[in-house]
Design a protein. Structure first.
Length: 424
């Protein structure tokens, strides 16, 4: 019996570390997607579209600020932690301290821009205590996101779907519990308060077991990296990350400003569904960064393998979502079917050119060709945000989706020859 179970496990779990990591990150995306869909479906049923739209805008703002406060340590840990050796715990601890300080600064700088949001205005009525709560919320948000990169960089990716699955369940439970008591802010509070217990449990596991084990396993292949190398990576790649974050999280805020809370509810639901696939691409591609850093002699082989596997999985998923878009949106309500179906189909199609873009960026992170990533990312972000700002008031949320698809496709066509040469 034991031999049979071992054989099944060997068939289901790939031997190659990159494939195992990619599988765990794909499972994480699936778990997060299912729970995320359920969460916003319940939110749409229990809260008004105006509350959903306003809460989505605030959550987007918090994610944007958290990404700024991360100082790109997410990608930096994924790139350098795999070869940190005995310094693994020190790397992670320094990263946490750095983002804690940055969170305070970012929250205080952003506070004047958040005052127009009803939930923020409600907190600010409590004076310094309300400000402290907002700063603490951003700190929790930032460290919560960063802990995934620590697990990925320590080659303990299997724990990431377990952690995010627990968060998704707690968030959903609190969403229902808060519907009656906090009808205007329950969405935000359920998101924030669910993070706290998961944050404590995950970091107890990381610092007590996973990082010490990784330090022992990677000691023989520790990479000698100067502070200048790390600083250069953080700076340039951080600028690229800010560009990517702006494209994803400034758009809902832009829709609120240019079209109103209700329009943003219809936009945000469709955008979130498509974003699940995009997040899956980014997460799975990070396995190339981890294993490429440890096995640079196999970089061409790893790149080709990852590109092929992602395409085989993503193509049928895109087709299914396009065909089933009305059924998916019907779970949110008839109004979402009427206003979001076409937009969902368009933004989901953009996932296909994104495969080329994201794998190209992961490859260049391994090679530390960060100037190229920065140039491409700001071309993407500047084009999408600029054109959306112009056409959104006249053509509505569908204009944003169409611009996103067109820009991603053109950039992917430009990058494809370079990626093909790298694979050879």
């Amino acid at each position: 019996m034991t031999g049979t179970l071992a054989g099944v496990r060997m068939r289901l779990v790939p031997r190659d570390p990159m494939q195992r990591s990619a599988m765990a990150l794909a499972v994480n995306t699936g778990v997060t997607a299912v729970l995320g869909f359920l969460y916003w479906i319940v939110a749409a049923r229990l809260y008004s579209p105006a509350v959903v739209g306003a809460s989505a805008a605030l959550i987007s703002a918090m994610v944007l600020m958290a990404n700024l406060a991360e100082l790109n340590l997410y990608n930096t840990l994924i790139r350098f932690l795999p070869t940190a050796g005995s310094r693994s715990r020190l790397y992670a601890l320094r990263a946490y301290l750095a983002v804690a300080a940055a969170s305070v600064v970012v929250a205080l700088v952003a506070l004047p821009f958040l005052r127009h949001m009803e939930i923020v205005r409600g907190l600010l009525r409590y004076g310094p205590a309300g400000v402290a709560l907002l700063v603490g919320a951003l700190l929790v948000w930032t460290v919560f996101a960063l802990q995934d990169s620590v697990a990925i960089g320590a080659r303990a990716t299997a724990w990431v779907p377990a952690e995010n699955g627990l968060f998704g369940v707690l968030k959903l439970v609190l969403l229902v519990a808060f519907a009656a008591a906090f009808p205007g802010s329950g969405v935000f509070w359920s998101w924030l308060l669910a993070m706290v217990p998961v944050l404590v449990l995950m970091n107890a596991l990381l610092f007590g077991r996973l990082l010490p084990r990784h330090g022992r396993e990677s000691a023989h292949g520790a990479e000698s990296v100067s502070r200048a190398d790390v600083a250069a990576f953080m700076t340039l790649d951080n600028l690229a990350l800010i560009g990517a974050t702006a494209a994803n999280y400034v758009l809902p805020i832009m829709v609120v400003v240019r079209a109103g809370d209700e329009a943003n509810a219809y936009f945000f639901v469709a955008w979130s569904v498509a974003a699940v696939l995009d997040v899956a691409l980014v997460n799975v591609a990070s396995s190339l960064t981890v294993e490429g850093a440890r096995q640079k002699e196999r970089l061409a082989e790893l790149t080709t393998s990852l590109l092929r596997r992602i395409t085989v999985i993503a193509l049928p998923l895109v087709l299914v979502v396009c065909a089933a878009a009305p059924l998916v949106l019907a779970l949110y309500g008839d109004a979402y079917v009427a206003h979001s179906t076409t937009m969902l189909r368009v933004v989901v199609l953009a996932v296909l050119p994104r495969i080329v873009v994201i794998v190209w960026m992961s490859l260049n992170r391994v090679r530390q060709k960060l100037g190229r990533i920065l140039a491409v990312q700001f071309l993407l972000t500047g084009s999408v945000l600029g054109l959306s700002w112009v056409f959104l008031p006249t053509y509505g949320i569908l204009a944003v989706a169409t611009i996103h698809l067109a820009v991603q496709t053109l950039v992917a066509i430009a990058l494809a020859p370079t990626l093909a040469r790298a694979g050879r």
